[in-house]
Design a protein around this ligand. Structure first.
Ligand SMILES: Cc1ncc(COP(=O)(O)O)c(C=O)c1O
Length: 383
C-alpha cells in the first residue's frame, strides 16, 4: 500500500495546522535594521528564534552581510546551532550557570557572557586547563555584561572594574565585548538615558584600564530603532527582525483549516462548560487548533475573545478554546466549508491580524505568543 504522503515540496499535513515562516521577510527586516542602525547586527535566535525555528532562521539571516553574530540563551541552544552546521559567532546572552557549562560553551565554540567575578575566574580556569590541540582555541573570547538597570544578571558599575581588570590580566582570555541590556527603551526616556549613561561610563573606564573591545553593545530592537546613542558597534534585534515591530514585515503566520461546519439554532451552548451560547441561528466552524498548540485559552473568554480570518473576513471565536480545537462563528461569511483556510496570525484577503493584536487581547506581549507556539505546530518555510 502506498500512503498518500507528500504534495509538492511541502510535507502533507494530516492535521492542517501550521506556521508559515517567510524567510525573505526576515532578511528584508534585517537589512532594514542595518540601514537604520548603520552598524552590524547580532541576530537574537533564542527560544528557537522566537518560535520561528532557530536553525532555519539563523541560516537565512546569515545570508545578510550585516548579520555578524547570533545570540542564544543557553549552551544547549548554541550547541544545536553548531550541530546544524552554523559556524558564525554565537554569543550566549545572560550568564552561565552552573559554571562548568563554560567548558561546554568552549567545546562548541560559543562565546560566553561573563557576568561576575566568579564567572571571570571560571573562564580563566578553563583557558588555563586547555591542553594539547585544544590550546588552538586560545585566547578564549568572552563578553562582559554590565547591569545598568535591568536587574537580572550582570556586574554593576563601578564594581565591574574589578572584573575588567581581572579579565585583562589573563593572557588566555580575550575580553572581546562589553554590553548591557535596556529594560525600558520603548517607554521610559529618563530610565533609558540613565542606563545608557552608566554603560557609557563603563565603556570609558574599561578602555582607560586598557580594554580594547571589538563589540560594545546595548540595543535591542527598541534601542536600535529609538535610541541612536545605544547603537555603539552592534545592535541585537529580535522583535523587529521577526516583524513584530510596527512598520516591519511579519515573518510568521499561524494557519489552520476548517475541519467541520454545522448550523445550530439560537441558544446552542458551545464547548466546555457551555460558557458560550449562540445568540442567533449560527453557522459554526471547528478548527483543529487549541491551547496545546499555543493558542491561549483566555482568547475565548469575554472581552478577550479573539477573531480568526476566514475568506478574508473576521470571525469571532465561539466557545472555550480546548486543548486541540477551537470554534469560530462564521455565520456572516457566505460559503464557508470544510477545508477553508483560517488565519489566526497573518493575512486573509485584505484583512490582517498580527501576533501583537492577539497578545494585546490576551493581556500579554507578542514575544509570549510566538514563543508559545508548541512543537506540534509544524513550521513551513517560504523563501
Ligand atoms: C540580551 C538581549 N539582547 C537582545 C534581545 C532582543 O530583544 P528584542 O526582541 O526586544 O529586540 C534580547 C531579548 O530579550 C536579550 O535578552
Amino acid at each position: 500500500m502506498t500512503l498518500p504522503g507528500r504534495t509538492g515540496r511541502l510535507p502533507r499535513l494530516w492535521r492542517p495546522t501550521w506556521a508559515e515562516v517567510d524567510l525573505g521577510a526576515l532578511r528584508r527586516n534585517l537589512r532594514r535594521l542595518n540601514k537604520t542602525a548603520r552598524v552590524p547586527l547580532l541576530f537574537v535566535v533564542k527560544a528557537d528564534a522566537y518560535g520561528h525555528g532557530a536553525a532555519r532562521a539563523a541560516r537565512a539571516a546569515l545570508e545578510v552581510d550585516a548579520v555578524a553574530a547570533l545570540g542564544v540563551s543557553s549552551v544547549e541552544e548554541g550547541a544545536a546551532l553548531r550541530e546544524a552546521g552554523i559556524k558564525a559567532p554565537i554569543l550566549i546572552l545572560g550568564s552561565l550557570y552552573p559554571f562548568e557549562s563554560t567548558l561546554a560553551a568552549i567545546h562548541y565554540g560559543l562565546t560566553p557572557t561573563v557576568a561576575s567575578l566568579e564567572g571571570a575566574r571560571r573562564i580563566q580556569l578553563a583557558a588555563a586547563g586547555l591542553r594539547g590541540a585544544d590550546r588552538r582555541l586560545l585566547p578564549l573570547s568572552c563578553h562582559l555584561k554590565i547591569d545598568t538597570g535591568m536587574g537580572r544578571v550582570g556586574v554593576r558599575w563601578p564594581a565591574g572594574r574589578e572584573v575588567v581588570q581581572s579579565l585583562l590580566a589573563s593572557p588566555g582570555v580575550r575580553l572581546e565585548g562589553l554590553y548591557t541590556h535596556l529594560a525600558r527603551a520603548e517607554d521610559s526616556p529618563s530610565f533609558t538615558k540613565r542606563q545608557l549613561a552608566v554603560f557609557a561610563r563603563a565603556v570609558r573606564e574599561s578602555e582607560s584600564l586598557g580594554a580594547r573591545f571589538k563589540w560594545r553593545h546595548a540595543a535591542n530592537s527598541a534601542g536600535a530603532l529609538l535610541w541612536p546613542e545605544s547603537r555603539w558597534d552592534l545592535v541585537r534585534p529580535g522583535l523587529a527582525a521577526y516583524g513584530l515591530w510596527e512598520g516591519f514585515e511579519p515573518v510568521l503566520s499561524l494557519k489552520t483549516r476548517v475541519v467541520f461546519v454545522k448550523n445550530v439554532p439560537r441558544g446552542t451552548p458551545l464547548g466546555y462548560g457551555g460558557l458560550f451560547r449562540t445568540r442567533r441561528a449560527s453557522r459554526i466552524a471547528t478548527l483543529p487548533i487549541g491551547y496545546a498548540d499555543g493558542l491561549p485559552r483566555v482568547l475565548s473568554t469575554g472581552r478577550r475573545r479573539a477573531e480568526v480570518l476566514v475568506r478574508g473576513r473576521r470571525c469571532a471565536l465561539a466557545g472555550a478554546i480546548s486543548m486541540d480545537m477551537a470554534m469560530a462563528d462564521v455565520t456572516g461569511v457566505p460559503g464557508v466549508s470544510v477545508g477553508d483556510e483560517a488565519v489566526l496570525i497573518g493575512r486573509s484577503g485584505s484583512e490582517e491580524q498580527g501576533a501583537g493584536a492577539l497578545a494585546a487581547l490576551a493581556g500579554t506581549i507578542p514575544y509570549e505568543i510566538v514563543t508559545g507556539l508548541t512543537s506540534r505546530v509544524p513550521r513551513l518555510y517560504r523563501e
